[in-house]
Write a protein that binds this ligand. Structure first.
Ligand code: TTP
Ligand code: MG
Ligand code: MG
Length: 448
């Protein structure tokens, strides 16, 4: 059997645990209401008012004026996450973390040692409550999709076991948005086909579902509505991307300022990649404009990289292409690397363009994406694909220029970055900053 364990109001609960004066109160963990801050997590007391993750903090305070806004303490959540995973590891080695606060556990090989999957679920829930003073919800079922659905059914402090003989009847009354891959836009599409609940999908043949909503999506949903999901728990799952983004307090049309922020983000992404011994081949730039239009631009290189300089050169070329005429203000800039390969001792400087892709970001629905809620507020998200880089396009010149530039920066650059990483490891990520951003910053300040 598969267990899915997910912490209740994770960041908010950790804050309430560590600050007893916040217990029982509506609290919001996230960004400041004065800027463009968004809610990362809301305590259940705040959720009663309709506050939820990814909502602008300012809006959250309108509907819940008494809420107390608390800053995120990522380091602490990472620590707690490790403690939770340590408890899991006492019951099975097959663990697939999905995010800091949740994981799949395959208990098939160890159930006999502990009296069965339900017993294991209770043991884990009890230990998290007693040892960490936090509440988890547990779902148990025959596959990942059902286990994740189950852990969500009776939150908070839920414990749901889906009997393999009762899958169809358990799913029947549930709304289609409970199915993995169904977002707002798909709900509309399904409603147009008169498909509102899983029972509506269950009553169709596979072929009829495919005719109604498309071959791939139809098949995907038809199987899920019957509880069929053959994915196995993958304990070696690696992050799919490392990315950082920054939302500005005001819309910015000063491109030099944006470039500086982008460089800092590249630095941070590069440092994370190197610390995890990861290398990626695709650099993804994300820009959100004042009118909320969001674009991603990607470039894929033939060799996987992790050097800040290379990420930055590529990102900057992509950015330069977007530098628009006057008046186009930006509210968010982000950079990420995807397309990972194990960082082996490969030859580094053989850059060539494989493909470059320009794509308006598909917001909202993402059929066939991994299960999970929207990650809108996650500024430290290592698990998010920014776009799809499958087709070559007219943007080739961008990366060819990058390649030329890259020829001039070699081993010495990497040595400098390795030294900076060592300083960061010792004194924290803020310890080193680039001279070039500081220079520019000072110039901008003296100018303005
Ligand atoms: P979730 O498990 O989705 O939410 P939650 O634990 O706060 O609440 P629930 O009881 O419904 O499980 O996410 C875990 C943490 O991830 C959450 O506490 C904060 C963070 N997060 C964000 O930063 N931004 C987001 O948009 C979401 C959904 C979560
Ligand atoms: Mg949770
Ligand atoms: Mg979660």
């Amino acid at each position: 059997m598969i267990l899915h364990v997910d912490m209740d109001a994770f960041y908010a609960s950790v804050e309430q645990r560590d600050h007893p004066e916040l217990r029982g109160l509506p609290i919001i963990v996230g960004g400041s209401p004065n800027g463009r801050g968004v809610v990362s997590a809301a305590s259940y007391e705040a959720r009663k008012f309709g506050v939820h993750s990814a909502m602008p903090t300012r809006q959250a305070l309108k509907i819940c004026p008494d809420a107390i806004v608390v800053r995120t303490r990522m380091q602490t959540y990472v620590e707690v996450s490790k403690q939770i995973r340590k408890i899991f590891a006492d019951y099975t080695p097959v663990i697939e973390p999905l995010s800091l606060d949740e994981a799949f556990l395959d208990t098939s090989g160890t159930e006999h040692l502990f009296g069965g999957p339900v017993e294991i679920g209770h043991l884990i829930q009890d230990r998290i409550r007693e040892e960490l003073e936090l509440i988890a919800s547990v779902g148990i079922a025959e596959n990942k999709f059902l286990a994740k659905l189950a852990s969500d059914l009776e939150k908070p402090a839920g414990f749901t076991f889906i009997d393999p003989g009762k899958v169809i009847e358990t799913l029947a009354p549930l709304k289609v948005e409970k199915l993995w891959g169904v977002g707002k836009r798909s709900v509309e599409r399904l409603a147009a086909a008169k498909l509102f609940r899983c029972s509506d999908l269950q009553s169709l043949t596979l072929e009829a579902a495919q005719v109604l909503i498309g071959e791939k999506f139809g098949s995907h949903l038809w199987h899920l509505a019957r509880g069929i999901d053959n994915r196995s728990v993958n304990s070696n799952r690696k992050a799919k991307s490392v990315s950082r983004e920054r939302t500005f307090r005001q819309d910015i049309s000063d491109w030099e300022y944006i470039q500086n922020r982008l460089l800092e983000l590249c630095e941070s992404v590069g440092a994370t990649l190197r610390s995890k011994k990861l290398k990626g081949r695709t650099v993804n730039l994300k820009l959100r404009f004042a009118d909320f239009r969001t674009i991603t631009r990607s470039a894929t290189l033939t060799e996987p990289i992790s050097t800040t300089q290379v990420i930055w050169e590529t990102a900057n070329k992509l950015l330069s292409k977007e530098m628009p005429g006057a008046g186009k203000a930006v509210r968010l800039v982000g950079i990420g690397l995807t397309n990972f390969e194990a960082a082996g001792p490969r030859q580094l400087m053989l850059f060539d363009v494989q493909s470059v892709n320009c794509d308006i970001e598909k917001t909202g629905d993402n059929a066939g994406a991994r299960p999970g809620k929207g990650a809108g507020a996650r500024h430290d998200n290592e698990d998010r694909q920014l776009g799809d880089s499958s087709e070559a396009s007219a943007e080739q010149s961008v990366v060819q220029a990058t390649r030329r530039d890259l020829a001039s920066n070699s081993a010495s650059q990497q040595a400098v970055e390795a030294a900076a990483d060592a300083i960061r490891a010792k004194f924290g990520s803020e310890a080193v900053r680039r001279g070039s951003t500081l220079d520019r910053e000072q110039r901008l300040q003296s100018e303005g």
